[in-house]
Design a protein around this ligand. Sequence first.
Ligand code: 13P
Length: 283
Amino acid sequence: MSFVTSQQMLEDARNGQYAVPAFNIENMEMVQAVLQTAAELRSPVMLQTTPSTVKYAGVEMLQAMVRAAAELCPVPVALHLDHGESSDLAVQALRAGYTSVMIDGSKLPLAENIAITQKVVGIARAVRIPVEAELGKVGGKEDGLEVSAKEAAYTDPEEARQFVGATGVNSLAVAIGTAHGFYKGEPKLDFERLARIRAIVDVILVLHGASGVPDEAVRRCIALGVSKVNFATELRAALTRGVREALTDPGIIDPKVFMKAGKQCVQETVRQKILVCGSAQRA
Ligand code: 13P
């Protein structure tokens, strides 16, 4: 039915006090697993690709695949560039027909993060595509990007207010103690900081690094004003687990067979995350 921008679905989530789940996908089976589950649970959904996925498959191929799948899907689907590392990559995604982009200047000094975000907002606005940015540094490893625990920096609420005012960005990824990848211990999130950011920042807030964060903590972030939650590592792990188990049978050589096993594991993970986000029955 609908291949849409992320704008309306995120506004609806904010008004309804739930979050749109955003799932990183790397191949057709992951796209199918996410969309079949979102359709079953009637959840709006975002699919997103990191720069390394773009390098692996190309924006044109990814966009065509997701658009084709979305058009057959009865719920709203957006395709988002996750952690766009340059304005060139954001432009490539926009040209290919992505319906949402992130420019991640969080590793840059503040003035440079503002400048690159302003540039991408200016370009994306001309084609009515919403932009996500990041302030503060979410720790851990996502793609080629690695932020050590020492480098990770929480988002400063006042700086976030100024950043949003200066850039005109539509949504903001905040660093409040989550990290990309799996956690060694239980992550300690700074809920109080999130509440302070929500009180003075007027755009959609995004939680990155949600794999391995206890469901209760994700729910609390949503109650405090997060409207988009990103999940990547747990989906990759689920796909790999299913494929690995299937391949213990040496007689299986048909990719359709072992990928189906991986897809079923991804579906189960996606189902749990949709329920945690409270987005079921919202489409
Ligand atoms: P995880 O890999 O921890 O789920 O993080 C996903 C993410 O934030 C993608 O941008």
